[in-house]
Design a protein around this ligand. Structure first.
Ligand code: ADP
Ligand code: MG
Ligand code: ZN
Length: 490
């Protein structure tokens, strides 16, 4: 029998507000800040301290809920989720339980050419815990992160492959970054995943017993752990064994999931409404205001790029994945449409960005914010190609230099004498010289070895350091060779 995977993701995303969820302490980069600097009685759980809801965090959560097409609840209730752990000083986490911020949404993902909607079950607000640091045989606690606003985004079990999991996680991260609520810096732990995994016979629509893999802090861990768990469960079920409902951990080093405990159920947490916080009412006016302030999101931007700039859906999709790249592109398009000279087509600009610029960014492992070539400088380079001053190959070299130094294209072209030789008389002399310098090869060509012509063309390009206008050079070479052949026949 064939089995299919059924996966639902729980994503924890920190909301990067100025201050924490229930106190005035600053939200800081917990991988950099001096431990326990940004703490107060509220976020360290001192008895008698009182929480106050951060309005901005609620707004950030609403933005995410709306971007995921959710309904925003008119009444929000915060609840205490009780458990003991050294990074949780109160002995409970303030979270949301039966009345979460947002419910019933969806996120569009694309795998190959197939587009599908993944259901969003709920989006709720909670607070992050502190951080344990195990070092030199002791365990230390840093409470800088304790009380940082955290959004939990729970999908329906609608994902059925690793590609879908990757697409969902990537797309969600992109949206969080578009909204400006989360930096997406995975290595700083600002987004963390939990994967719920089960398998079932292909064709079944039933939900079978699942396991939940906790604390997956990178895309790589998410995908590897999910892959391992699907294989483990498939083997067990195929052998007639039953899956136990369990909470699992991921052992990065051994590359295996390990059972941590029997699955905990809601009743284990003794959820009850937080008595120190009143229900939070969210007016429809407030929702409308937040909705009106949402930026254009990736899907809408992609469709607009296709419509307005004539890009393929695929290219547009690549350009909109990062908001900063999309902005860079549109700035270049604007400069290309105005500036001096002919209009540079948006399609040409897209090709240069997704081709050469992305290649250079990949090679240097840098993102668009580190690119020294401004959109206007890129357009200037493309203008040199379109004006015939340099050919496309030279332009790639020039771009590489621009990328390294941030210098403008025309300066590099002038300094290195890269301007394309288009003057026919100059180029004709170069061709003649190449033929004169290579009598044996010319003879071979005249004796019928056609392929030598290509080699001679290479010599012409070499003699001009690649700056010859290739079409013109080819024509002149053909002409001079024909002339030599004619002479011999006589
Ligand atoms: P809990 O609160 O106990 O973690 P939920 O029922 O709210 O559980 O589900 C949590 C996550 O588990 C959701 O993302 C959901 O899509 C996923 N899930 C539920 N049932 C299954 C299943 N049988 N297989 C895979 N994922 C599942
Ligand atoms: Mg869960
Ligand atoms: Zn505090």
């Amino acid at each position: 029998m064939d089995y299919e995977a059924v996966i639902g993701l729980e994503v924890h995303a920190e909301l990067q507000t100025q201050s924490k969820m229930f106190c005035g302490c600053a939200v800081v980069d917990s991988t950099q800040a001096e431990p326990n600097r940004y703490v107060c009685p509220v976020c360290t759980g001192m008895p008698g301290s009182l929480p106050v809801i951060n309005r901005r965090a609620v707004e950030y959560g609403m933005m995410v809920g709306l971007a995921l097409h959710c309904e925003i609840a008119p009444v929000n209730v915060f609840s205490r989720k009780s458990y003991f752990y050294p990074d949780l000083p109160k002995g409970y986490q303030i979270s949301q339980y039966d009345l979460p911020l947002a419910i019933n949404g969806w996120l569009t993902i694309e795998v190959g050419d197939v587009e599908k909607r993944v259901g969003i079950r709920r989006v709720h607000l909670e607070e992050d815990t502190g951080k344990l640091i195990h070092r030199d045989g002791v365990s230390l606690v840093d409470f800088n992160r304790s009380g940082v606003p955290l959004l939990e985004i729970v999908s329906e079990p609608d994902l059925h492959s690793l590609n879908e999991v990757r697409a969902y996680a990537t797309r969600l991260r992109s949206i969080l970054r578009y909204l400006g609520v989360n930096s997406g810096d995975m290595e700083k732990g600002v987004i963390r995943f939990e994967a719920n995994v089960s398998v079932r016979p292909v064709g079944s629509t039933e939900l079978f017993t699942r396991t939940e893999i906790k604390n997956l802090n990178s895309f790589r861990a998410l995908l590897r752990a999910t892959e391992y768990e699907i294989a483990r469960q498939t083997a067990l079920v195929a052998a007639g064994a039953r899956i136990m409902q369990q909470t699992m951990g991921w052992d990065e080093v051994r590359g295996v999931t390990v059972p941590q405990r029997g699955k905990e159920y809601a009743e284990d947490y003794r959820y009850f409404p937080e008595p120190d916080l009143p229900p939070l009412e969210i007016s429809r006016e407030w929702v409308a205001e937040v909705a009106a302030g949402l930026p254009e999101l990736p899907d809408a931007k992609r469709d607009r790029f296709v419509r307005d700039y004539g890009l393929s859906r695929y290219d547009a999709g690549i350009l909109v994945a990062e908001r900063a790249v999309a902005d860079y592109y549109e700035q270049a398009v604007r400069v290309g449409a105005t500036g001096a000279g002919r209009m540079i087509s948006p399609k040409t600009i897209a090709n240069w960005i997704t081709g050469e610029l992305f290649r250079l960014m990949r090679e240097t492992d840098g993102d668009i914010s580190a690119v020294k070539v401004s959109p206007a400088q890129l357009v200037d380079l493309i203008r040199l190609v379109e004006a015939g001053t340099i050919n496309a190959n030279t332009a790639k070299e020039v771009l590489e230099e621009m990328f390294k130094t941030g210098r403008p294209a025309d300066a590099i072209v002038a300094e290195r004498g890269l301007a394309q030789i288009s003057a026919a008389d100059v180029l004709a002399q170069v061709v003649a010289q190449v033929l004169a310098d290579n009598p044996q090869e010319v003879q071979a060509y005249l004796n019928g070895k056609q392929t030598v012509a290509r080699w001679l063309m290479g010599q012409v390009m070499r003699a001009t350091q690649g700056t010859a206008n290739p079409m013109l050079a080819q024509r002149l070479l053909d002409e001079q060779l024909a002339q030599l052949a004619g002479k011999r026949d006589v």
